[in-house]
Design a protein around this ligand. Structure first.
Ligand code: FE2
Ligand code: FE2
Length: 262
C-alpha cells in the first residue's frame, strides 16, 4: 500500500505527501494534496504512471468530488501529463502559467474540438506572470513566481495555513535523503547536478530566494526527493542563492558543430 506522509494536520486542514507511487523507469516524484474539510487541491499530480495509484491512495483520505484545483508548477510530463484523466473524472480546475495554458490541449485530444474545446479552456486557469491568490474553501492558496526555475513559466505554491511552500523542481534531488532532510551538507550533492543543468541562471535563483526569505515558510517541499524544515530551510536558500547554473555556465564550447572525430 502506498505510504502517505502527513506534513500538516490541524482543524480539518491537512497536507499530504505521496512519495512512492512511481514505479519502473520514471524518475521518483512526490505528489501533494491539500485538504480543507471536504475540499481538496492537488499539486503536481504527475503523469500516466501516477494517476491510478494516486487516485487509489487519495480515495482513502479525500473525496475526489471535492477536488477544486490541480496546481501545475509547469508543463512537464511528470507534473501534468495525467491532465486528461483528471479532467474526465473530476470537476477540478487546472491552474498553470498563462504561457502553458494553450499548450495543455496537446495532452487532452478528446477535448480539443468543438464544444469540448470550449469546456477545456473554461477549466484551465492560466495565471499571469505575477502570480495570484486563489480562494480555496474559505482559505487561500498563493501562486508565486518561480520563472526560469526551470520552466520559463513556472510557479511555486504556498499554503498559508500550514506554512508549506511547494517548490516544484526547485530543491529537487536524486539519490539523496528521501524524507525530511537531516544532513543538509550531505544532501546538497544530490541536488547539484540537476540544478546546475536545469535551472536557468543564478539571477533567477537569487530573485526567488529573496522572495521566499520574506515569506519565511515553515517547510519547503520539492517535487523530487526529500524536503526541508527548520534550519535546513535557510541552509537550502543560502545554497541556492550562491549556485551558478544554466546560462552562467555556458560558453562557446557548448555550441560546437560536429567535428571529424564526433
Ligand atoms: Fe520539470
Ligand atoms: Fe520534475
Amino acid at each position: 500500500m502506498a505510504q502517505v506522509d502527513t506534513l500538516f494536520s490541524e482543524n480539518g486542514h491537512e497536507v499530504l505527501r505521496f512519495a512512492d507511487l512511481v514505479v519502473g523507469e520514471g524518475v521518483q516524484a512526490n505528489q501533494f494534496c491539500i485538504r480543507h474539510n471536504d475540499r481538496a487541491a492537488l499539486i503536481d499530480p504527475g503523469g500516466d504512471l501516477t494517476y491510478t495509484p494516486l487516485t487509489i491512495a487519495l480515495s482513502r483520505r479525500v473525496n475526489l468530488d471535492g477536488l477544486e484545483y490541480i496546481l501545475a508548477s509547469h508543463q512537464d510530463p511528470d507534473i501534468i501529463a495525467s491532465l486528461p484523466r483528471w479532467l474526465m473524472h473530476t470537476r477540478c480546475q487546472v491552474v498553470v502559467s498563462r504561457l502553458w495554458s494553450r499548450f495543455l490541449p496537446h495532452l487532452a485530444s478528446s477535448y480539443v474540438t468543438g464544444k469540448m474545446g470550449e469546456q477545456l479552456q473554461a477549466r484551465i486557469l492560466g495565471i499571469a506572470d505575477e502570480g495570484k491568490m486563489l480562494p480555496f474553501a474559505g482559505t487561500e492558496l498563493w501562486v508565486l513566481p518561480a520563472h526560469f526555475l526551470h520552466s520559463v513559466g513556472n510557479f511555486s505554491f504556498y499554503d498559508p495555513l500550514s506554512g508549506i511552500l511547494f517548490s516544484g523542481d526547485v530543491g529537487a534531488s536524486l539519490g539523496g535523503e528521501e524524507g525530511c532532510v537531516d544532513n543538509f551538507a550531505d544532501h546538497c550533492h544530490s541536488m547539484q547536478g540537476f540544478h546546475r543543468r536545469y535551472m536557468a541562471s543564478n539571477r533567477a535563483c537569487r530573485l526567488w530566494v529573496a522572495m521566499v526569505r520574506k515569506l519565511a515558510p515553515r517547510m519547503i517541499v520539492p517535487q523530487h526527493g526529500g524536503y526541508f524544515q527548520g534550519d535546513n530551510v535557510g541552509r537550502f536558500l543560502d545554497w541556492l542563492a550562491q549556485l551558478e547554473c544554466g546560462v552562467d555556465l555556458l560558453d562557446s564550447g557548448n555550441y560546437r558543430l560536429p567535428s571529424a572525430d564526433w
